[in-house]
Structure formats: C-alpha cells, structure tokens
Design a protein around this ligand. Structure first.
Ligand SMILES: Cc1cc2nc3c(=O)[nH]c(=O)nc-3n(C[C@H](O)[C@H](O)[C@H](O)COP(=O)(O)OP(=O)(O)OC[C@H]3O[C@@H](n4cnc5c(N)ncnc54)[C@H](O)[C@@H]3O)c2cc1C
Length: 443
C-alpha cells in the first residue's frame, strides 16, 4: 500500500464510511452534529434509490429522478468529506484502508457496501443475462428492450422475432414481480402505439420463481394477490421451477421446457460485497459480516458493518435482518448515535429493528402491502395499495428535486398512460450468440 489520500486532517476522530447507500447515508447525516470528521467513500458520486430502478429500465422515469450527488445531499454538513474511490482492502491493525486513490487512516470504520447480484457461480448466466442492481444496469436494460423492438421490425422469421419480443425474468421477489408488471404495462399501453407494425400478442413475459409462491417473506394474502394480478396482466408465471441454463438465446427450465429470448433479466438473489483484509472468520456463508447488536464486526471494536452487508442474528431474525432499505437506515441512524455515545464515554445501545412493512406494485392500480401499524399487521391490495405504494416511494426519495421529478413523471404517466423516457442512449446488451437474421426482403 502506498500514497496517502490528500484529505484534511481535522485533528478530530475520523469516521470512514464505505458506501453511500441507504445505510451509509443515514449514518453520515446522523453524525452532522458530532465532534468527528466524516469521510464517505463510494465508487459512485451519487446515491441511487434502488427500489425505482425498474421504472428507469421500463422508461417510466429518467435516471436522474432517482439519483442525487453525495456532495449536493450533504453540502451543508461541515464535518462531511467525500471521496469518489473504491475501497480495495482494510488493515484493521494499522487502522488504514487502501483505496483506488491511496491510503486513508480511520479511527472508526463503517462498512456499508451492500450487495451484488448472486449468480450462484454460473458464469455463463452472469455474462448473458442482465441484472438490475445499478443505474447503469437499468439504462442498459432499457436500451436493450427498445433496441429489440427496433430490430424486430426488420425480422420475418417467427422464432427470431420471439427471441426479440419475449422476456424472461428470473426471481419472483419484489424486483421480478414489479418488473413483470411494468413490462406488461408497456405491452398494453405504449408499444401498440409505437410499434403498430408488430403484433404485440407475440410479446410474452415469463416470470420464473424457484419456490411455490411469489414475494416470499410477505403474507400469503400478498403472494396470492401478486399472482392473480400478474395473471390478469397476461404474465406467464412459472412457480416451483428454475432456470438450469441460458446461452443468450435458449432458456432451459428444470421442468424441461425451453423458452427463446435474447433478454433474460436476473432478479434471483444477491450476495454481500465484502472487502478484503478482515479476519475471514467474520464473514458468513452469505458473504455478510457477522455483527453484534451494536453492528461491530466480529472480532473488532472499531470496525462496524451496517445494512445489507451486515448479518445480525436475533431471535426474530436468526439469519439476519431482511436485505431491504429500512434495516440499513435504522442501523445507520443508531450507529451515529452510538458513536456519539462512545465519544462521550457512554455505553452503546443495542439495535432493535422496527419493521414498518413491505410493499410491491404490479402495474397500474395494483399493489400489495403488509403494513405494520400500532403493533398490528394490515394487508392492503389493489387501488389503495397502489396509492400507498406511490406515496411511500415519493416520500422516501432523498431530495425534494427527486420527489418533484418523480411526482410529475408519474402524474403525466397516469393521465396519458404513456412512459415518455423511451430513449436509447448508450449501449444495449450485445447478443451473445448471433443467429442468422432473416431480414424481410422487401421493406
Ligand atoms: C432493483 C432493486 C429493488 C429494490 N426494491 C426495494 C424495495 O422496494 N424496498 C426496499 O426496502 N428495498 C429494496 N431493495 C433493497 C434495498 O435497495 C437495499 O436493501 C438497500 O439499498 C441496502 O442499503 P445499503 O446501504 O446496505 O447498501 P446499498 O444501498 O446497496 O449501497 C452500497 C453502496 O456501497 C458502494 N460500494 C460498494 N462496494 C464499495 C467499495 N468497495 N468501495 C466503495 N464503494 C462501494 C456502492 O457504490 C453503493 O453506493 C431493492 C434493491 C434492488 C437492487
């Protein structure tokens, strides 16, 4: 390791936060009034609101409606410093992290690096499919979706046409379900106007779920409604099935069926994004760091992990908290308070997760939600669920500009049944396996 990063030394304890997702950002904000220097490091210069990535991918929102630069979010916070860099390794004994721009000393280190897509070791799947973990993924998916339709206008062969118009989504969690709903909205309301020369009945949307229900982890009522809604929208849902292989063109299912598609969307799971250097005993099979009730990584006093990358076993959550935004935010906020307690020689408080509920939307006017209110669980579905989902998501966005931009885009989409961000900017996913293309002879 060589070369110190050029950053002011304030002579105050330095808290280095790696990752400005929901957890890292909540922590940085909660340290605003603390006598510390807060250094946030992220390989991106913006916070991305991942729950709405699928809307960017399906032309419902512009990417800049769901992202916000860290420097803008925390511009008023005097103890806040940001460096755009990737953290490569940690030396906990020397209290130094190695980054792509040099070494950085820390007094307290907080890992909030989230997750990456989990392909369960299938390298071909990783290469051929499109995941939905980042804004670049969402834009690539939108480009691919629209490029497929542009190409399809020139294709005569039925199988090749289907390979372009059909979509296979793997994973029946919230991302897969929401994606399937949004694609079916495009098929029903937008593409018939844009592509009058194509027969939209040829566009099939398949959702493959390895378990017996959709939205595992939500109530039976929510799962059943999600299935009903998707079937009403004409999505082919395959339960208790699995993709065994995909070569960029042919999908083979465990049940033996084959589907043809050039676009397989991988929403089947995530795995932690740990950083080299800590004791391997602290890393669990899930690739998440084992943390105690104060979010301290096992074996370390000054190294913490929060959010998706942290696994805190509790009686209610023996496998750790769900990898969703709320545990990350709540852990970030509590850790901020706890670091202030440590600095004023007070004991830290243990983390208790307050589950506020889970929601998923499935196209227009359809959503499911399990909401916790005053210690009771309520189920909401249909129109009410959809309104509640829209309200919660607009409020959860990180800046007023994002909220206004999403609100206006949704209002416009609602009134016109249109999705106006149908741009192909940048690259689409390159087809892995070029097939002979039977271009229509006479155009
Ligand atoms: C498509 C999608 C839809 C979702 N929908 C919902 C939903 O509806 N509701 C919900 O509650 N949750 C949802 N989630 C999950 C939710 O987004 C995550 O649980 C949440 O983002 C976790 O927050 P985090 O702070 O732990 O990590 P993240 O938000 O993932 O942030 C991690 C940050 O760390 C940075 N980073 C990673 N490694 C390094 C490194 N080595 N060096 C520097 N920086 C690094 C990344 O750039 C990123 O900014 C969804 C997730 C996805 C992908």
């Amino acid at each position: 390791m060589e070369g110190l990063t050029k950053i002011a030394d304030l002579g105050k304890p330095r808290v280095v936060i790696v990752g400005g997702g929901f957890g890292g950002l909540a922590l940085a904000k909660s340290l605003a009034d603390a006598p510390v220097q807060v250094v946030l490091i992220d390989k991106l210069n913006y916070h991305a609101f991942q729950p709405l990535l699928y809307q960017v991918a399906t032309a419902g929102l512009n990417a800049d409606s769901i992202v916000s630069p860290f420097r803008k979010i925390l511009t008023e916070q005097e103890n806040f410093y940001f460096r755009m860099a990737e953290v490569l390794s940690i030396d906990a004994t020397a209290q130094v992290v190695e980054t792509s721009i040099g070494l950085l000393r820390f007094d307290y280190l907080v890992l909030a690096t989230g997750t990456t897509s989990n392909y369960f070791g299938d390298k071909l799947m990783e290469k051929t499919s499109i995941s939905l973990k980042s804004v670049s993924d969402a834009i690539e998916l939108r480009n691919t979706l629209l490029s497929n339709f542009e190409q399809a206008l020139q294709i005569g062969d039925v199988e090749q046409l289907n390979s372009l118009l059909d979509f296979v989504i793997v994973g029946g969690g919230p991302t897969g379900v929401e994606m399937a709903g949004a694609l079916s909205e495009l098929r029903a309301h937008v593409f018939p106007r844009d592509y009058r020369e194509l027969d939209l009945k040829q566009m099939d949307i398949h959702l493959i779920q390895s378990g017996p229900v959709l939205l595992k982890g939500m109530s039976a009522e929510a799962s059943a409604h999600a299935l009903k809604y998707l079937e009403e929208l004409g999505v082919r849902v395959w339960l208790d099935n699995r993709v065994t292989s995909y070569d960029g063109y042919t999908v083979t299912l465990k049940s033996g069926e084959r589907l043809i598609t050039r676009t397989l969307i991988w929403a089947a799971g995530v795995t932690g994004a740990p950083i080299a250097g800590l004791d391997p005993a602290a890393l669990l099979k899930s690739n998440r760091y084992q943390v105690n009730e104060f979010n301290q990584v096992k074996g370390y006093n000054h190294v913490f992990a929060i959010g998706d990358i942290a696994q805190m076993a509790t009686p209610t959550y023996p496998e750790g908290h769900p990898q969703v935004a709320q545990p990350a935010i709540q852990q970030g906020e509590l850790l901020g308070d706890n670091l202030k307690r440590v600095l004023s020689q007070q004991p830290m408080q243990p983390f208790h997760y307050e589950d506020k509920g889970t929601m998923a939307t499935i196209g227009r006017h359809r959503a499911v939600g399990d909401i916790q209110l005053f210690g009771k669980q309520y189920h909401i579905t249909g129109w009410l669920g959809w309104l509640a989902w829209s309200f919660v998501h607009v409020l959860a966005l990180v800046s007023f500009r994002n909220r206004l931009s999403v609100f206006l885009a949704w209002g416009w989409n609602y009134l016109t049944q249109d999705k106006g961000m149908r741009y192909i900017i940048g690259k689409a996913k390159a087809p892995i396996k070029e097939k002979e293309v039977d271009v229509k002879a006479i155009v």
